[in-house]
Design a protein around this ligand. Structure first.
Ligand code: ADP
Ligand code: MG
Length: 323
């Protein structure tokens, strides 16, 4: 099973940023309103994610490291209406298999918690600790026992870049969660959790950029769109500044990005990319996120309608403005 975990780890844990992503998604699924991320050396030395979510009950702590042990799917029908970010029960065992991992958690309000330590996926310590409700996971020595993968890691700066990119998008997706990112003791990003996407944009890009954003709204029978897109005067954006969430989940979809860019360019008649943060919501049965374990891709059953909807919503929003 150790081998199976290391193989699964290859899919789930591509690089430090994927570890951050999996840990943070668990924190979100646990209903956290505050998530603190602290990394060292681009995440290669250590990654710590601390949340104030519901915690893990003492009896379930070890189970969390079994493969396919998820607390999130009650029956097979749930697969078709996934509301949580995780559902495969693969992340924790996979991460644990390729690192030294410490988990502290408490699911009660009495300040009593549990700490477990694993090395290469094997539990070697479990003890009671004083701990406030929530969960803290520390992952150290990532890929220490998979040297081939360690070799693939790029420079600290590259790995850090991937983490920052992810945390930025995450903060935009969850303006209601106070999120902070610290690298080697230096604060990189902090959001307040006050629910305002434009404040998050300000925290990421600076307040002058945040002031150049226009609110986007659109709705038809199948889809609902909301978010922000930059005014044409903002010239420093490129393709990477487009962030689209589907039902709260960040996805990469070439066709949706193109629809957005087309709507923007047609409407403004400029050959420029916008900074955009868009939330799309639709009935969960219209979207399949179960394409790849990294879960960034999505397929839509009404794809052409969706593309047309986005293009028109952007065009309409911008046409209402005079620049
Ligand atoms: P999945 O998210 O697909 O269920 P994971 O391997 O990511 O699987 O996590 C396994 C289980 O551990 C989760 O189903 C959840 O019950 C528990 N868990 C992990 N992280 C947290 C957390 N931060 N807060 C509460 N429970 C957690
Ligand atoms: Mg998970």
């Amino acid at each position: 099973d150790q081998i199976a975990n290391q193989i699964a780890a290859g899919e789930v844990v591509e690089r430090p940023a994927s570890i951050v992503k999996e840990l943070v998604e668990n924190s979100i699924d646990a209903g956290s309103t505050k998530i603190e991320i602290e990394i060292r050396e681009g995440g290669l030395t250590s990654i710590k994610v601390k949340d104030n979510g519901e915690g893990i009950a003492e009896d379930d702590v070890e189970k969390a490291f079994f493969r396919h042990a998820t607390s999130k799917l009650k029956d097979s029908k749930d697969l078709f209406r996934i509301k949580t970010l995780g559902f495969r029960g693969e992340a924790l065992p996979s991460i644990a298999a390729v690192s030294s991992l410490t988990l502290k958690t408490s699911a009660n309000n009495y300040g009593r918690g549990i700490e477990v330590k694993l090395e290469g996926g094997k539990l070697f310590e479990k003890k009671e600790i004083a701990f406030v409700k929530g969960t803290e996971i520390i992952v150290e020595n990532v890929f220490y026992n998979t040297p081939a993968r360690l070799k693939y890691m790029k420079s600290l700066q590259t790995e850090l870049g991937h983490i920052i990119d992810y945390v930025n998008r995450l903060s935009l997706a969850y303006p209601n969660i106070a999120i902070s990112l610290v690298h080697n003791g230096r604060l990189i990003l902090r959001t307040t959790g006050n629910g305002k996407v434009d404040h998050v944009l300000g925290a990421i890009y600076g307040t002058s950029v945040a002031k150049k954003m226009i609110e986007v709204k659109g709705e038809n029978l199948d889809f609902k769109l909301s978010g922000f897109i930059s005014k044409p005067e903002l010239t420093r954006a490129n393709k990477n500044h487009i962030t689209i969430f589907v039902n709260g989940r960040y996805i990469k979809n070439y066709l949706l990005n193109q629809a957005l860019i087309r709507g923007y360019k047609t409407s403004l008649m400029v050959n420029r990319f916008p900074i955009a943060v868009l939330h799309l919501s639709m009935d969960p049965t219209l979207v399949d996120v179960n394409v790849h374990p990294a879960k960034l891709e999505a397929r839509f059953s009404k794809e052409s309608e969706l593309i047309k909807f986005i293009e028109q919503a952007i065009d309409k929003t911008l046409n209402r403005h005079t620049f």
